[in-house]
Design a protein around this ligand. Structure first.
Ligand code: F6R
Length: 601
């Protein structure tokens, strides 16, 4: 789980550009970082352990000379975070530099072979075999590109790799398999990165590489190489309309807070999804014998809410499944008549992609909701909807969750109409209500900020937090708990609660309970359950007076149609996680144990 970035510009130094891009990629890993450049046929390198800002303060990463270079931000898999294990990784002579995201499965055998021919390994990384392989092949071919191609063919595993060499100082060679890699095609400058946010302020023209493809970029050209046929192929770039302002912090302390506050805007982008896309996916879901909703983490939580929407609005049974479990849990029961709606913000999560590959083998229909147009998921899906949340840089998913909820809702409306469950009048009324959601979100965020901050202070000293919810807001309990656990590290549990759970919770010390009590059929039983609990935080309608009496802390929320409550009720829970992390001096944009997209298993 690392990110790579490289570029060649016409003149001047590439290092400052690489440093800016690297910081935007830091969400993908932040235990070490480095940059290598070439100037006057010499390779220059700076790298170290730590976060990019700290390394930059010590080493001045941006003062490396040369118009060509590669950069890396790391999340260690093979070899602990250290200067030696930080990328770029060099060969024995210091003429070849490599950055890599992924895992080389056969690195041990390759390393043994290369050591026998006299190569000296300095790091504990799997990546180092690539540098030595290219070095070894160059001794025979005296051709940098040929040596790169020969070396990549020896690799097993997953990789997005970029290689430069002082022996051929105008080219970057890149290769991709099972890890994302995009080319950015500019005017007299070209780039390559794991994510377009790295270069989006320099060019919006993007080419997504497929698995088993490589490319050679210079400042004025690019060539794509197909490893399956050993031929160069042509592919035009596409223009993606994301602007960099959306990927900056815009004055907020953290991306996470900025993205939480941005939800009134992102939700309105999502609600503009065009009908033909909804119609196409609805068509597949409607005519299938079985429909599964498959995703990981936050995206999975959106599927839990989705399953309530599809059933209640369209009489359609759907089965949510966690991507890592899907093959074991349902693999034998899918076939050509099954549709699977995969939901993934990044479109790259390894567990999701493995489930997609399996479902393709079974000839099931692959449908998708994702935020990334040029992702692996969009390339594998029969039909997909782009959730249009804009880039999400904060590691914890926030605005992309509410967008996913909105897509499920819109699909459910569409299916409801198609299956005769909803009349046009009902749809029109629901659509009118959707139009009010951005404003309600904005008011909620504004009104709740300070209230939630106080609650977060109390929560930050607790040993355990329980999130309880029922019905469609069970999804809200799941998501509230996931956010708090991910970025504040406070052990948390979400429960579709029963009386026995409450009795057990009552015996616990130094805990807090967050209860989501929406005005629906579950309200009464939840009130009965929670009224004797201590340190109880209740989220509910501002019109529900009883909640004031039984809560220690109240989060009063606008009275909306119950279908829309998950969109609103999750907002204070995102803020709760954010402020709790800041009270605990944790950087919410760089939580331990979590990277934005999990592209390795
Ligand atoms: C939650 C989070 C992760 C992701 C999960 C799935 O805040 O960021 O749990 O939700 O890794 O990622 P996608 O949606 O990209 O497949």
């Amino acid at each position: 789980m690392c990110r790579i970035f490289g570029g060649v510009i016409e003149k001047g130094n590439i290092a400052p550009i690489l440093l800016i891009g690297l910081k935007r990629l830091e969400y993908g890993g932040y235990d070490s970082a480095g940059i290598a450049t070439i100037f006057e046929k010499k390779l220059f390198l700076k790298k170290d352990k730590g976060k990019i800002d700290e390394i930059h303060q010590r080493l001045k990463l941006d003062d490396l000379p040369g118009n060509i270079g590669i950069a890396h931000t790391r999340w260690a898999t093979h070899g602990a975070p250290s200067k030696a294990n930080a990328h770029p990784i060099l060969d024995c002579k210091g003429t070849i530099a490599v950055v890599h995201n992924g895992i080389i499965d056969n690195f041990f055998a390759l390393k043994k072979e290369l050591e026998q021919t006299g190569h000296n390994f300095i790091s504990k990384t799997d990546t180092e075999v690539v540098a030595h392989l290219v070095e070894e092949n160059y001794m025979q071919t005296h051709d940098f590109i040929k040596s790169c191609i020969m070396s990549i063919k020896r690799l097993e595993g997953s990789y997005a790799i970029a290689i430069i060499s002082s022996l051929d100082d105008e080219k970057i060679f890149v290769a991709k398999k099972d890890s994302p890699l995009l080319l950015g095609i500019g005017k007299n400058e070209n780039f390559v990165a794991s994510d377009a946010v790295a270069f989006i302020d320099r060019t919006k023209e993007i080419i997504a590489l497929n698995d088993n493809e490589g490319a050679i970029i210079t400042k004025s050209s690019y060539l794509i190489y197909d490893f399956n046929t050993d031929n160069y192929i042509k592919r035009k770039s596409k223009v993606y309309d994301w602007n960099f302002d959306i990927a900056s912090k815009a004055g907020y302390d953290h991306f996470m807070l900025k993205e939480i506050m941005e939800q009134p805007i992102s939700i309105s982008w999502t609600s503009n999804i065009q009908k033909p896309y909804l119609d196409l996916i609805s068509e597949y879901m409607d005519k299938s014998n079985k429909v599964f909703l498959v995703a990981s983490g936050t995206s999975y939580n959106s599927c839990i809410a989705g399953s309530y929407y599809y059933s209640n609005l369209a009489n359609l049974a759907t089965y949510p499944s966690i991507a890592s479990e899907f093959i074991d849990q349902f693999g034998n029961s899918i076939d050509i008549n099954t549709s699977i709606l995969f939901v993934s913000q990044s479109g790259e999560t390894m567990d999701v992609i493995q489930a997609v590959e399996y479902a393709r083998m079974k000839a099931s229909t692959i449908l998708a909701i994702t935020n990334i147009a040029y992702s692996t998921l969009t390339r594998l899906a029969r039909a997909y909807i782009l959730q249009q949340s804009g880039p999400e840089i904060g590691v914890a998913a926030t605005k992309t969750y509410t967008s996913q909820l909105m897509v499920h809702l819109m699909l459910a409306f569409n299916l409801g109409k198609k299956r005769g469950k909803l009349s046009q009048d009902e749809i029109d009324k629901l659509k009118q209500e959707i139009e009010t959601i951005p404003k309600i979100m904005a008011t909620t965020l504004d009104r709740q900020k300070d209230n939630v901050k106080k609650i977060a202070k109390m929560i930050s000293n607790k040993q355990h937090v329980f999130f309880i919810g029922k019905g469609v807001n069970y999804a809200t309990a799941l998501e509230g708990r996931l956010k708090l656990l991910e970025i504040s590290y406070i052990p948390s549990t979400s429960l579709n609660v029963t009386k026995k759970d409450i009795d057990a919770i009552n015996e616990e010390k130094n805990i807090a309970v967050v209860a989501i009590i929406a005005p629906d059929a579950n309200r009464k039983i939840l009130i009965d359950y929670v009224q004797h609990l201590k340190d109880i935080i209740i989220l509910g309608s501002e019109e529900d007076n009883e909640l004031k009496e039984i809560s220690d802390y109240l989060i009063s929320l606008p009275n909306v149609n119950i279908l829309f409550t998950p969109l609103i009720y999750v907002l204070p829970l995102q803020l709760l996680a954010y402020y709790t992390a800041t009270y605990k001096d944790i950087d919410p944009d760089k939580p331990r144990n979590l990277a934005k997209s999990v592209t390795v298993s």
